[in-house]
Design a protein around this ligand. Structure first.
Ligand SMILES: Nc1ncnc2c1ncn2[C@@H]1O[C@H](COP(=O)(O)OP(=O)(O)O)[C@@H](O)[C@H]1O
Ligand SMILES: [Mg+2]
Length: 235
């Protein structure tokens, strides 16, 4: 187990948002956190990352409790985070955006990421390497954000609604990239409202509703579970 979060209670001010959230990740897994808008997906990822510190609970990562640690420390320990607003540097080129993502990760034992290795996964970015980040399309920016996160050699990547707002063809391309990353041994937890996308690529799922994890199981089990899908995922 590389990540084991349990008993997470998170607040914004006095509003109680997450209730005893628990989830775990094994090395190499591709897992989704599904839920409707406002269900607590972003808050869960931010809680793991220390951007919104949970009031109680444990965020065990390689046996160390990261709860209460600042997010730069959590990043250094090996968790990469891609927020839902695709923060790239608009005035830097694609290559510069990637160079800036380089970071030593204390416990990373895999093959270190380089710009060229990132281009192997995202060949389209190589074609654009001299373009400014601000001139890329939404899909290209999302690829760049993920490639830049890889440059920090994370052991676990948290992706917040990676395909939101992207055109169907790009979503399909993106699904293939995530499967490829999984094959390369990257461990990924992504949040999503798009059930079809998630069912197609993830191996396990958590379903969150009103700040509580209501379901946990394999994708095959979730696909067959009409009740859970109806209750928590249909719009
Ligand atoms: N900065 C904030 N201050 C107060 N409440 C917030 C804030 N961000 C989110 N919330 C509330 O927390 C709940 C969960 O939000 P969020 O984690 O963003 O859900 P999701 O990512 O699943 O759409 C929602 O009810 C939302 O209104
Ligand atoms: Mg969100």
């Amino acid at each position: 187990m590389i990540l084991e979060a349990s008993g997470i209670n998170t607040y914004y001010g006095t509003s109680h948002i997450l209730f005893d959230v628990a989830l775990h990740m094994k090395q190499g897994e591709l897992v989704c956190l599904l839920g409707r808008n406002g269900s607590g997906k972003t808050t869960t990822l931010r809680s793991i990352m220390g951007l919104t510190a949970p009031k109680t609970g444990k965020v065990m990562f390689h046996g160390e409790d990261l709860r209460g640690r600042p997010s730069y420390y959590i990043a250094q320990r090996g968790i990469g985070y891609v927020p839902d607003n695709r923060l790239i540097f608009p005035d830097l080129t694609v290559r510069e955006n990637l160079e800036i993502g380089k970071k030593k990760s204390e416990h990373y034992t895999g093959e270190p990421w380089t710009v060229d290795r990132a281009y192997e996964i995202f060949p389209h970015l190589k074609k654009l390497e001299k373009h400014l980040g601000g001139h890329l399309s939404g899909g290209e920016q999302q690829m760049l954000t993920i490639a830049r996160t890889l440059m920090g050699n994370p052991e676990l990547i948290l992706l917040d609604e990676p395909v939101e707002g992207l055109a169907p063809l790009i979503v399909k391309d993106f699904a293939e990239k995530l499967i490829l990353l999984k094959k390369m041994g990257v461990t990924i937890l992504f949040s999503e409202q798009n059930i079809r996308f998630s069912l197609a690529i993830a191996e396990r799922a958590y379903v969150i509703n009103k700040g509580r994890i209501e379901y946990e199981g394999t994708i095959a089990e979730l696909s067959r579970n009409e009740e859970i899908k109806q209750k928590y995922l249909m719009i």
